[in-house]
Design a protein around this ligand. Structure first.
Ligand SMILES: [Fe+2]
Length: 495
């Protein structure tokens, strides 16, 4: 297999708004910017002396999820060109790692003094790492970098310059925040999920109106035990969360000598069921909580109502071992195909109650090692046809490639180029076009050439329209969002 490990080595260079050479042609309507977030550096100190692929050592992060946040920007001025920038967030964590050569706050899979866990132990207050490397969102007129700790860092969407720590205009706090806020396509409101640990862990669903920077509480859901939740789904009536039996050992975290990282505090309990918690957006009540045999998910795709049930699409793993498989030592040892789930469609009955909660059942929409599902956000909460994801199905020929699952026909279209590895595919609709009419953007690594490129696929044929070569290797990232020009202008206070 080609050596994908080059994608887990530190990025040494920042580029500022360089025009990329384009092979093929970009559609004339494509105007705006794809903003992406992910790790860019995996070792403490100035890493120029590190050879790649680097081995982990005491001064290295231990988990892919923990690398230093680096923003990526692909701007489409609308004239057939694409311009590229990448820039590290200048956070406290960045200064501690790069300038001081140490690891500051503990993160997902990397323990350290003064860590999230130690702060949890000490105070149960929301202080944590500001290494916000997972996703981006728009709040009011601020672009924010997000992680699962309740810290947000604002940045300029044109220059990617760090603007500093950012806080909501409310007093709400939590210990963890979901890095996948969801925008309701009808109202433009943003929903999110926050977790407060304690004697009875509380999952707080919040809603922030379009353009606002204060949140209101939609629901408070109390659990007897804390489970790890990475994302959720939204319909016009409901918020739905697949609560998998991956428990957070909160009391262990509070105990001296307890788990040394958040990852170590997670306990997979396959003897217990998964549960679909369905919350009414109107009343804040849990209206159904059917169970299903244990599975693990990071990412929900779409969900919508069908009769007396919800249809909930998600990428499911048999168990939570994928979390350990994403440690840097495992990834660098060669187990990249572990990021491989099935796209399942769960039928979640709404007619049970807490005493008799009902059973959720599923059909498999697609196999072949799927991850990082996306869909046309305009269809959120309504029946939708396509899910875009990464796929590992043909490991030897094309180790990790973009795929489009047709949920109606149960067919999977793929784009493959031997030896390459792709990141999360993001669908960008053609203005005024129907579902599927647009382009799919994905960053692809060619390890042999030691270069990444932005791949532009035609949304309908799933054939390559264009590629734009980057001046370097871009480390594998997590999530990104496409913002049309209007959103970018608003953020800069321009009409
Ligand atoms: Fe995610």
């Amino acid at each position: 297999m080609p050596d994908y490990r080059v994608g887990f080595t530190s990025c040494e260079t920042e580029h500022d708004d360089v025009e990329l050479p384009v092979e093929g042609s970009l559609p004339g309507w494509l105007s705006g910017a794809l903003l992406r977030n992910g790790p860019g550096k995996f070792e403490a100190g100035d890493s120029e002396s590190h050879e790649r692929p680097a081995d982990t050592d005491d001064a290295s992060f231990e988990h892919w999820f923990d690398g230093l946040a680096m923003l990526r920007r692909f701007a489409f001025p609308g004239d057939g060109t694409v311009r590229y920038s990448n820039r590290f967030l200048r956070t406290e964590e960045y200064r501690a790692v790069v300038d001081d050569g140490g690891l500051d706050a503990g993160q997902f899979g990397t323990g350290a003094a003064g860590s999230l866990l130690e702060r949890l132990r000490a105070t149960l207050l929301p202080e944590a790492t500001d290494n916000t490397n997972v996703n981006v969102t728009l709040a009011g007129d601020s672009f924010l970098a997000l992680t699962e700790a309740p810290e947000r860092v604002a940045f300029d969407p044109e220059t990617l310059e760090t603007q500093g720590s950012w806080a909501f205009d409310d007093e709400r706090s939590g210990h963890l925040a979901c890095a996948h806020p969801v925008v309701d396509p009808d109202s433009g409101a943003t929903f999110n999920l926050h977790v407060r640990f304690g004697r009875r862990p509380t999952y707080v669903v919040t809603k922030r109106a379009a353009g606002e920077t204060a949140r209101e509480v939609v629901a408070r859901v109390r659990f007897s035990d804390a489970v790890y939740v990475h994302s959720f789904a939204l319909t016009p009536e409901h918020v739905v969360v697949a609560a998998c039996p991956l428990y957070v050992d909160v009391w262990g975290l509070l105990r001296p000598g307890g788990p040394s990282s958040f990852l170590d505090a997670l306990d997979w309990r396959p003897d217990r069921p998964a549960r679909f918690v369905v919350v009414s957006r109107d009343t804040g009540e849990v209206v159904a909580a059917p169970t299903a045999p244990a599975f693990f998910t990071f990412h929900h795709a779409n969900a919508f109502r069908r009769g007396d049930s919800l249809v909930v699409d998600l990428v499911a793993f048999e168990d939570a071992s994928v979390l350990g498989d994403l440690s840097l030592s495992a990834l660098r040892a060669g187990s990249v195909t572990t990021l491989a789930g099935d796209l399942r469609r769960y039928r979640v009955p709404l007619d049970g109650d807490t005493a008799s909660p009902g059973r959720a059942t599923f059909q498999t929409l697609a196999t072949g090692g799927l991850s990082l599902p996306r869909f046309d956000e305009r269809r959120r909460g309504r029946p939708s046809r396509y899910v875009y994801a990464t796929r590992t199905g043909d490991a030897e020929a094309a180790p990790n490639h973009p795929a489009r699952v047709d949920c109606w026909r149960r067919e999977t279209a793929v784009w493959r180029e031997p030896g390459t590895f792709c990141g999360e595919p993001v669908f960008v609709p053609r203005p005024g076009g129907g579902e599927g009419d647009g382009v799919v953007l994905s960053v692809v690594l060619d390890p042999e050439r030691e270069q990444s490129f932005l791949l532009v696929l035609d949304g309908e044929t799933f054939a390559e329209r264009a590629r734009a070569w980057l001046p370097h290797v871009l480390p594998f990232d997590f999530h990104g969002q496409f913002y049309p020009d209007a959103a970018l202008r608003t953020a800069r206070g321009r009409p």
